[in-house]
Design a protein around this ligand. Structure first.
Ligand SMILES: Nc1nc2c(ncn2[C@@H]2O[C@H](COP(=O)(O)OP(=O)(O)O)[C@@H](O)[C@H]2O)c(=O)[nH]1
Ligand SMILES: [Mg+2]
Length: 297
């Protein structure tokens, strides 16, 4: 009998949740950046081995901010946890468990595995021992120091997840790394590129919508993306002098999309203003319709 589990990767912003997913899948599915709240929607990634199948859901970081987009992000975490067999809670080395964190962990009615990430930054690994003790005091039993970046400790963590996974047939066919459509990852690639190329509020102020994604036999795929900004004054920043900045954005995102789809594409970008969309429940609800084919059946 083989194993299978839905594994929700949850934790504070910026600890390396998306990097972990990408490491396990060996591909750049989930956007990564040195800044918090890069992931806004859950990303589903499937890992199938000889032992079984783990269906990871990479989630936005836990934050206590108000506004429609943050409520949406918290909803995403709740959704991932509701479906999960295992909660893979991730923190980073040096992160002391706060009271809120303790409450969060106790609220999880799941098998919980803790990954303490970024141990590559800790010179003296003995420093980790008191930290591990403090997490044990919260009732956490499975604790794995890892480095998602250098893949340190990822195999033992994977083995633990497989051991804890319920028995059963795989949820999805073994070949596919995800059930989300390519258009979803096109938006993710644009999002990551925005974080790489623009400072301050800009990446957070842009909502990326893939308006059209047309696969074309014998020619480049055609992708049209709308970048919704919160204010008219953000348009010239995105464009840059003589359109240089948006050109760079388009080129970078296109390269990421092509690397994932392994097909050449033509990427067209448009800017629209959706005033203060981050606070607008209606906009967030409309704009964040989840991708289809999320769960089997
Ligand atoms: N040094 C180090 N940096 C890491 C590691 N994992 C992730 N990072 C970096 O931490 C930042 C946040 O990573 P990301 O995966 O976007 O975090 P998320 O917000 O939890 O999804 C990025 O700059 C990553 O390159 C790690 O194991 N070691
Ligand atoms: Mg992330």
């Amino acid at each position: 009998m083989s194993k299978r589990a839905f594994v929700a990767i949850v934790g504070p912003p910026n600890v390396g949740k998306s990097t972990l997913l990408n490491s396990y899948l060996g591909m750049k599915l989930s956007a990564v950046s040195p800044r918090p709240q890069t992931t806004a929607q859950n990303i589903l990634g499937i890992m199938t081995t000889n032992e079984g199948q783990l269906v990871f859901l990479d989630t936005p970081g836990l934050v206590q901010r108000s506004g429609a987009i943050y409520e949406f992000m918290r909803g995403q975490i709740d959704l991932a946890l509701a479906d999960a067999d295992i909660a893979l809670v991730m923190v980073e080395a040096g992160y002391e468990p706060s009271d809120e964190f303790a409450i969060f962990v106790r609220s999880l009615k799941k098998i919980v595995v803790l990954a303490i990430n970024k141990v590559d930054l800790v010179k003296d690994k003995l420093e980790l021992l008191p930290l591990i003790e403090r997490y044990k005091e919260l009732g956490l039993l499975e604790i794995h120091p890892v480095s998602a970046l250098s893949s340190d400790g990822l195999t033992p963590l994977l083995n633990t997840l497989m051991v804890l996974a319920p028995e059963g047939e795989p949820y999805f066919p073994a070949e596919a790394p995800t059930t989300y459509p390519m258009r979803f990852f096109a938006a993710e690639a644009l999002r990551e590129s925005l974080f790489e190329l623009y400072g301050e509020e800009i990446p957070y102020s842009v909502f990326v919508e893939i308006d059209e994604y047309r696969e074309q036999e014998g020619r480049k795929d055609y992708i049209r993306a709308i970048l919704y900004v919160e204010r008219e004054s953000q348009r010239p920043i995105i464009l840059g002098k003589g359109g240089a900045a948006i050109k760079r954005l388009g080129t970078r995102a296109r390269q990421k999309i092509e690397a994932l789809s392994t097909r050449p594409c033509y990427l067209e970008l448009h800017i629209k203003v959706a005033k203060d969309w981050r606070k607008d429940d209606g906009f967030v609800r409309r704009a964040t319709k989840p991708p289809e084919a999320y769960l089997p059946e």
